[in-house]
Design a protein around this ligand. Structure first.
Ligand SMILES: Nc1ncnc2c1ncn2[C@@H]1O[C@H](COP(=O)(O)OP(=O)(O)OP(=O)(O)O)[C@@H](O)[C@H]1O
Length: 255
């Protein structure tokens, strides 16, 4: 689905140039759920912006669906990206927010897009919110609308940048369960940024650890059997993996 090799990026120019990462490589198969974890500021969101075509890397190659995407402009619009803030437009209703991807592409009649969004609203447990404005929704509902808009873009690869980071523990749990079911049902490939190691282990097939300070990426096989449930959190195998992952993150931050 996506192959990244030897990617590097730095912000700024001349003497104010600050490397974010270098020599970064990763490989994601179709249908996988992959998490990216790493300390604050190590470049996770920057990586997503590069994959989404919003930033051009300094070096490296990105292959999407087997075809090399040599420039950011080529990647733009070919993956669905949900940034850290939900970015729902406050002056638009839920339906009009979800229609934004259609407005950008206009590749089919509006009625077809509206019908698909209505079906997704049902599937996402958001029936009855079509005419509501974002500020009338709870935090968990807003995040579901934002994920729905990302899915409505119609791409096979979803980049979700810490979608549940700002939610309380109970809402977060229910949305994790919901996302696992959705992922199994929709047959999408997901790249997911999180600071929550338990969330990464619960959701992912594999985890990539970003080292930061101009460094690269390390792979961590999550490998727990599916289907997964929160009761896994209390099993020794889960606790051991969590400890191993935490140690690796800690080692990376020190090196
Ligand atoms: N537009 C920008 N101009 C200059 N530096 C930037 C810009 N955006 C991000 N940076 C810097 O690049 C580094 C990586 O930022 P990025 O947002 O990718 O990190 P992150 O791992 O996603 O962080 P967090 O986990 O806190 O969201 C940080 O040091 C940040 O300050």
């Amino acid at each position: 689905m996506i192959n990244i090799s030897n990617l590097s990026y730095a912000f700024g120019t001349g003497s104010s140039r600050t490397p974010v990462f270098s020599g970064l490589s990763m490989n994601v198969q179709r249908g996988e759920f992959i998490s990216v974890v790493g300390g604050s500021g190590c470049g996770k969101s920057t990586l997503f912006k590069i994959i989404a075509g919003l930033l051009e890397p300094d070096n490296g190659r990105i292959t999407l669906n087997g075809a090399e995407s040599a420039t950011a402009a080529k990647r733009l619009g070919s993956v669905a990206y949900m940034p850290q803030q939900d970015l729902l437009l406050p002056w638009r209703t839920v339906m009009d927010n979800c229609l934004l991807p259609w407005e950008l592409k206009r590749s089919r009649p509006k009625a077809a897009a509206v019908a698909e969004i209505r079906t997704l609203l049902q599937r996402f447990g958001l029936e009855g919110t079509e005419g509501a404005y974002p500020q009338e929704l709870s935090g968990g509902m807003r995040q579901r609308v934002a994920v729905l808009r990302t899915v409505a873009a119609g791409n096979d690869l979803l980049l979700l940048d810490e979608p549940f980071g700002a939610l309380d523990a109970i809402t977060k749990r229910s949305l994790q369960r919901w996302l696992l079911e959705l992922w199994a049902e929709l047959d999408k490939t997901v790249l997911f940024i999180t600071h929550d190691l338990e969330e990464a282990l619960l959701l992912s097939d594999r985890i990539y650890l970003m080292t930061g300070s101009g460094g690269g990426m390390q792979e961590f096989p999550a490998g727990l059997p599916r289907p997964r449930h929160h009761s896994l959190n209390y099993q020794p195998q889960f606790a051991a993996l969590r400890q191993e992952l935490e140690l690796k993150l800690y080692e990376n931050r020190r090196s």
